[in-house]
Design a protein around this ligand. Structure first.
Ligand code: ACM
Length: 671
């Protein structure tokens, strides 16, 4: 497969310009090469610099899809917003006769927003011209993102550094799943995240539209589905079409998920007759796995599903269609006498077989609509035809098994960004590591992967800060060569992309400030920030182990301000490592400075919590940080101190977050 050809990555030259610990922004020198994310397949430094001035224009030639004109115009607006230059071209238009365009885009043919389309591009920056060539306009859109990431500045102004980039994706399926069902996500959230995806060269949005907590798609033939199943928060068909078009303009496929037969409570609110057990049913407000399940023995279920899928197939042109199929424990099937009788009559031995029976009925409907079925790995059951696709989430084993059995698959196990693990965890997960036991043909059936943004514990206010910047690390894993795997280097580039992503209106950084202001009740947020920058939310669903959260709980507190990669914790851990390795006075000073800051912070936090009752639950945490930091300082002074109790206390979760600097302080104590 062409997309999988492994090219040598010539990043050696590029990496020379790296400046460790730099904070992002437009950099001087050819440093920009080492900031590209995802890392391109091949980059060779060129001669000279292309200087950008206020005469800069863009010309498109060849035979592109017309989406390229809007894309090139968006590129120009981002460029003039970043540079402050009043560029002369309002829109890049078809057939414009520009004599000396600074950037020439040359496209061979219109791109099709479908799986496996050619997304490669070649970008050449010379002193007098920038040239971007590609087979399709999809490739040139990726190239425009690379070019914007190359934007550099020096004493003479802005420029693109001389370079020759040849780039293409390692995997053809680089997705983000957005769960709009548990917490509804407004149109603007979807659009700005599509822009973010395009910026890191992702090309699939998987739209999770139904759940126990909400049915989010307007269905004209059965309007009770969305009318009674959504609290009025759903997408009209017009809006879904708008999203599909918006995504296609950015080279992104959108395919929907209608999760059945479990995770289906919201379907049953308006249509209890579709359920395995008699209703009534209400929209679920809690989080977990619930029993309400569609009745696979009821012909009306297939009528409704066919109507829903038919309406949706007309809106989502993508050939793939996700039917969920996960976490159906079948409790209501076990309890329903008519279902038990049905199984007996047909020799259906267990609930797995019953779900296969159900899936095969859906397969007929989807095939009629020209769609390929995708399901979570539970649908991998004996007897399913190999033209369905397996979405691996419980473990990568199902991806391997699927590939061996002739199925296409994508990987999400390891890319669950809702688990609030650091970016490094996801970055290390490779769908096809070198030692995987799969033949060439089997490997070719692993199409890529998807980050999954399940939305139990996010709201529209916090969701961007869970998606970004970590999803950029996953995007890189799926685009760049497998040899690109240096975690520290990834974090350095992630810091840069986090800032660049803001220009799409993404709120991952700015909402945090707003939320801290609210939490601080109008007072100075600094003591809260100091604490928030060393804690991370409880990981891997421990946050709701006590079932304290429901749909309308306040997702506005310390764990919501905290992010998965606590900024100062990461910095402190590397400072401690540097100090322990070198013993240098400057490294010691850095460590000491952080510890002193945490000791001093507690008094301020106490005063703040006094005025901001919502922060009081975090008081013991602030105190634990103070005592931990004091322990570290004592150790730096060479004092022998009793540490056990302090460390144990600092490791205790408080207010649904945990300190991320305890191990590092403990390392300072080691003899
Ligand atoms: C899933 O996370 N239940 C697919």
């Amino acid at each position: 497969m062409k997309l999988r050809t492994i090219w040598n990555v010539c990043m050696g030259v590029a990496m020379l310009g790296a400046i460790q610990g730099s904070e992002g922004g437009v950099a001087g020198g050819e440093e920009a090469f080492s900031r590209l994310m995802p890392v391109p397949q091949e980059l060779v430094a060129g001669e000279g610099r292309y200087r950008i001035d206020k005469t800069f224009t863009v010309k498109v030639s060849g035979n592109p899809d017309e989406r390229i004109y809007a894309a090139a115009s968006r590129f120009l607006r981002r460029l003039d917003q970043r540079t402050g230059l009043f560029l002369p071209q309002d829109y890049v238009e078809q057939g414009e006769a520009l004599e000396a365009a600074g950037l020439e885009i040359v496209v061979s043919r219109p791109g099709s927003v479908t799986l496996g389309e050619d997304e490669s591009y070649r970008l050449t920056v010379a002193e007098d011209k920038v040239r971007l060539e590609a087979e399709t306009d999809l490739g040139t859109m990726h190239g425009l993102e690379t070019l914007l990431q190359l934007l550099s500045a020096d004493g003479n102004g802005y420029y693109f550094p001389g370079a020759s980039v040849t780039d293409y994706p390692r995997f053809p399926w680089r997705g983000l799943m957005i769960d709009s069902a548990r917490h509804f996500m407004p149109m603007d959230m979807i659009k700005r995240n599509l822009d973010g995806m395009a910026a890191v060269k992702m090309n699939v949005m998987h739209w999770h539209l139904t759940e126990d907590q909400g049915f989010r798609a307007e269905i004209k033939s059965y309007p009770r589905l969305h009318e009674l199943g959504s609290d009025g928060m759903f997408y009209t068909q017009e809006q879904m079409r708008e999203i599909v078009a918006y995504a296609a303009d950015r080279g992104i496929r959108v395919y929907p998920e209608f999760d059945v037969p479990g995770h289906a409570t919201a379907w049953l609110v308006g249509h209890p007759e579709l359920a395995s057990l008699p209703g009534p049913y209400e929209i679920e407000r809690g989080w977990g796995i619930f029993d309400p399940t569609l009745d696979p023995t009821n012909e009306k279920v297939y009528e409704v599903l066919e109507a829903v899928f038919t309406e949706m197939a007309a809106i989502f042109p993508d050939e793939y269609f996700h039917i969920g199929g996960d976490e159906n424990e079948g409790h209501h099937w076990d309890k329903a006498e008519h279902i038990q009788a049905f199984m007996k009559e047909r020799g259906i031995a267990d609930n797995h077989q019953l779900q296969s029976f159900f899936n095969k009925r859906l397969l007929v409907i989807l095939e009629k609509l020209g769609k390929k079925m995708v399901g979570w790995d539970e649908i991998l059951q004996p007897g399913m035809p190999t033209d369905i696709m397996i979405h691996s989430w419980r473990g990568r084993e199902s991806m391997v098994a699927a590939a061996k059995d002739g199925y296409a698959s994508i990987l999400s196990n390891g890319y669950y960004i809702d688990l609030m693990q650091p970016a490094s965890e996801h970055y290390r997960v490779d769908p096809l590591p070198a030692d995987i036991d799969l033949s060439e043909d089997e490997r070719a059936r692993v199409f890529g992967g998807e980050a999954t943004m399940w939305s139990e514990h996010v709201t529209v206010e916090t969701v961007d800060s869970r998606i970004w910047p970590r999803t950029a690390a996953i995007a890189e894993r799926l685009w760049s060569d497998a040899s690109v795997r240096d975690v520290e280097d990834m974090y350095r580039r992630l810091d840069t992309i986090a800032l660049q992503l803001e220009e799409h209106g993404l709120t991952h950084l700015k909402n945090r400030e707003m939320m801290m202001r609210r939490l601080a009740n109008g007072y100075d947020t600094e003591p809260l920030r100091v604490l928030a920058d060393v804690v991370e939310p409880l990981k891997i669903y421990r946050r709701n182990a006590d079932l304290s959260y429901r749909s309308f709980s306040p997702y506005t507190l310390l764990p919501d301000v905290a992010v998965a990669d606590a900024k100062d914790a990461r910095r402190f851990r590397s400072q401690v490592t540097a100090y322990l390795e070198t013993g240098h006075a400057s490294d010691k000073q850095a460590v000491q400075g952080m510890l002193e800051r945490w000791v001093a912070n507690h008094d301020g936090f106490v005063r703040l919590a006094d005025r901001s009752p919502a922060l009081r639950e975090a008081l013991p945490l602030s105190e634990a940080l103070r005592d931990l930091a004091a322990l570290g300082l004592a150790s730096l002074r060479g004092e022998l101190v009793e540490a056990k109790a302090v460390l144990a206390r600092a490791r205790e979760p408080v207010a649904k977050v945990e300190l991320q600097v305890v191990d590092a302080v403990e390392r300072l104590l080691a003899p």
